[in-house]
Write a protein that binds this ligand. Structure first.
Ligand code: SF4
Length: 231
């Protein structure tokens, strides 16, 4: 099977080697979905160093932190590009507002999932539809559910080959790369945000707290997924 063969080939490969292969083989049908967080910024730097024409997209949920827009701007400026941005369907956002208000996602898990679905999942589906390869900045040490994640896998949910070039990287590797290569990064990372999502739904974590504790902090841990990287 193709995935098995690719995975054997790239299991211990350098991230740039993995990226070079998929960008060359699949061209515009391969894309990085960037949250503009530290890992995705590393990949953005590597990808644009390989090919400035590469496809990198981000999802603007309409609820991002101002610092996230700053890093989007800084990235476009540094590499002389315009990242592709996918926005939610405006009619659905208007309906969402009419049914559950602007901050209704705090009121129930169903409301929160409805908001994530309209603002993130539907635009992600749209972005992935023409693609064959989805490149992500996932790292195994970010979550217990990612420990066994391979470099290359088939994503049944979105029907694409999912490529995780940084899966074996540590947090230290990420920050070493960012510093050595002067990569623009989200200033919220300096304020204790390990992962950065929508402004109302992410917060800084304290030392020793789980890396995902800053996401949907008012919910029980078992509900903390939005379907982006569902298994
Ligand atoms: S993370 Fe929060 S604001 Fe963002 S889409 Fe999900 S529920 Fe809505």
């Amino acid at each position: 099977m193709e995935i098995k063969r690719l995975n054997e080939r790239f299991a211990k490969a350098e991230a740039t080697e993995v990226l070079e292969y998929f960008l060359k083989e699949y061209g515009k049908e391969a894309a990085l979905s960037s949250s503009l967080g530290a890992e995705d910024q590393v990949l953005t730097d590597m990808i644009f160093k390989i090919n400035k024409e590469s496809n990198i997209f981000t999802l603007d949920t309409g609820r991002l932190h101002p610092e996230t827009y700053d890093v989007m701007d800084a990235t476009n400026l540094k590499y002389g590009v315009k990242l592709n941005v996918f926005f939610p369907d405006k009619t659905k956002v208007e309906e969402l507002y009419q049914t559950q208000g602007i901050n209704g996602h705090f009121e129930s898990i169903e409301n929160r999932k409805r908001c994530c679905n309209i603002r993130k999942i539907e635009p992600l589906k749209r972005a992935l539809k023409p693609l064959k390869v989805w490149i992500t900045g996932l790292r195994a040490s970010q979550s217990i559910t990612r420990v066994d994640m391979p470099v290359v896998e088939w994503d049944e949910n979105f029907q694409v080959i999912k490529v995780n070039p940084l899966i074996n990287w540590s947090e230290e590797d990420v920050w070493d790369y960012i510093k050595k290569n002067s990569v623009p990064y989200n200033k919220l990372h300096d304020k204790g945000f390990p992962s950065i999502g929508c402004a109302p739904c992410t917060r800084a974590i304290k030392e020793g707290e789980d890396i995902r504790a800053g996401r949907w902090w008012w919910e029980n841990p078992e509900h903390k997924e939005c379907g982006l990287h569902a298994k």
